[in-house]
Design a protein around this ligand. Structure first.
Ligand code: FPP
Length: 252
């Protein structure tokens, strides 16, 4: 028998799970005749401002796309510079994140990270594991297709040893095999930098997310732009396949 869908929930004006594609660092640097690395470095400030704003405004989950499966194709010195920047930022910020009750998590293909970055990520996760004000998830070496394939492989392995019946694989069981198993669906995706695409981010988790494309380059992103995104999000009627009348009745 098909599962009965849950009643629609009254919509919150603030997304519970906000995901961001931080694009435009390179162009921001080029406009200033600076190396691309300066654009990435300048991208740290809006990360900090966004984390503070989200934690203060009741966002439960903030997921940032820091480095995709496809970003390995960039010039090796840019890749090395980005990995160094992540490690430095982690070392510098973890105390303050912890003090502010923020839990850190990493998703992605850990085996591709340097041992130093992988170890630092694990230390930060352990250190902040009990915090509950907001979870900040950093997607590094992450790709939505990679995640779906690794989940399928995991389930196929269970089927092969007789631990799982193929007929027991449904959406909920599949979602539990993803790297994002602990994360709720994305409510709002923001992409900066003017492009209007999803670029292999959380493709399973964004099936019903609202999208906000900003022309602002990531290093120039600020809380005013975040407020605009939240204001537009609050006006959207999320129907999840239902009718507008059903949603209005649930909100009464
Ligand atoms: C995309 O801009 C940005 C990246 C691949 C790196 C994102 C990294 C940061 C914002 C640094 C701080 C992050 C954390 C989590 C500490 P791009 O290089 O593709 O820009 P372009 O499209 O203008 O070339």
């Amino acid at each position: 028998m098909a599962a009965v869908p849950a009643d629609p929930q009254p919509q919150s004006p603030v997304p519970n799970h906000l995901a961001i594609i931080m694009d435009g660092n390179g162009r921001w640097a080029r406009q200033r005749a600076l190396p691309r690395a300066s654009g990435h470095k300048a991208g740290i400030k809006p990360v900090r401002a966004t984390v503070e704003y989200c934690a203060a405004h009741g966002v439960g989950q903030l997921t940032l796309f820091a480095f995709s499966s496809e970003n390995w194709k960039r010039p090796p010195e840019e890749v090395r510079g980005l990995m160094r920047l992540f490690l430095e930022a982690l070392d510098r910020e973890v105390d303050e994140l912890d003090r502010n009750g923020i839990r850190l998590a990493f998703i992605g293909d850990r085996g591709k990270l340097s041992p130093g970055l992988d170890a630092a990520a694990r230390r930060a996760e352990r250190r902040t594991a009990r915090n509950s004000r907001m979870q900040l998830t950093i997607a590094v070496a992450y790709g939505g297709r990679w995640d779906i394939v690794q989940a399928a492989r995991k389930l196929a392995g269970e089927v092969a040893i007789g631990a799982l019946e193929p007929s027991a694989i449904n959406e909920a069981r599949f979602a539990r095999a993803l790297e994002t198993a602990e994360l709720p669906p994305v409510d709002l995706l923001i992409r900066t930098g003017g492009e209007q695409r999803i670029s292999n981010f959380l493709i399973w988790d964004m099936a019903y997310s609202e999208l906000y494309f900003s022309d602002v380059l990531w290093p120039a992103f600020d809380t005013a732009e975040l407020e605009r995104a939240f204001a537009l999000y609050a006006q959207r009627q999320r129907r999840f396949g239902r009718t507008g009348e059903q949603i209005e009745a649930a909100n009464c």
